[in-house]
Write a protein that binds this ligand. Structure first.
Ligand SMILES: [Mg+2]
Length: 188
């Protein structure tokens, strides 16, 4: 039986504006079009899974409880906008700047693939039928390392090394979805 397919989304810079170590809802600014883009992806049977590096926890800028409180609020806003997020994976570690037990070189921290691999096992995902969207090369690299076949970047002014010039970069998630996925479902 073929597995389910996932849209793996980075959080900061893809769902919300990356203002650096966001952990309060007052700082959490959804990027325009995110809900519509997610509704289109759900209509195409993609499970939406968020995978986010959160070294701000390890660095001591905020706690896991702070992260969870913001995450619960974020999921509520998605639900109000008719979007079901299947799961959120986060990595609190940092190899140099983590404090105490948070200082470790973790395969869960992107560019490591482990968040995606755990999701694949838990939700029986077909990674080759899945895709990842991020705003940093480490998101792309995590996707490649996990065997995700399509990896896209969001943002303007991303400087790609010449050997990675083939990566498709879009201004935002909605623009990506409109371009890459079936245009007949736009308006969902
Ligand atoms: Mg990001």
């Amino acid at each position: 039986m073929a597995g389910a397919k996932a849209a793996f989304l980075d959080r900061d810079g893809v769902i919300n504006r990356d203002k650096g170590y966001v952990f309060r809802k007052e700082e959490f600014e959804f990027i325009d079009g995110v809900f519509e883009a997610c509704r289109v992806l759900e209509s195409l049977d993609y499970k939406i899974i968020i995978a986010t590096n959160q070294s701000g926890i390890g660095r001591g800028y905020y706690t896991e409880d702070d992260f969870q409180a913001l995450n619960d609020w974020m999921l509520g806003v998605f639900a109000e906008n008719q979007v079901n997020i299947t799961a959120v994976y986060y990595c609190p570690y940092h190899p140099q700047f983590g404090l105490g037990r948070y200082r470790q070189d973790s395969p869960y921290r992107k560019p490591g693939p482990q968040m995606l691999l755990d999701a694949a096992a838990e939700y029986r995902l077909d990674l080759r039928a899945s895709f990842i969207v991020g705003d940093k090369l480490s998101d792309y690299e995590a996707g490649r390392a996990a065997g995700v076949s399509r990896c896209y970047l969001i943002g303007d002014g991303i400087e790609l090394p010449s050997d990675l010039a083939h990566i498709k970069v879009y201004p935002d998630l909605l623009g990506l979805v409109r371009q890459e996925f079936d245009s007949t479902v736009i308006g969902v």
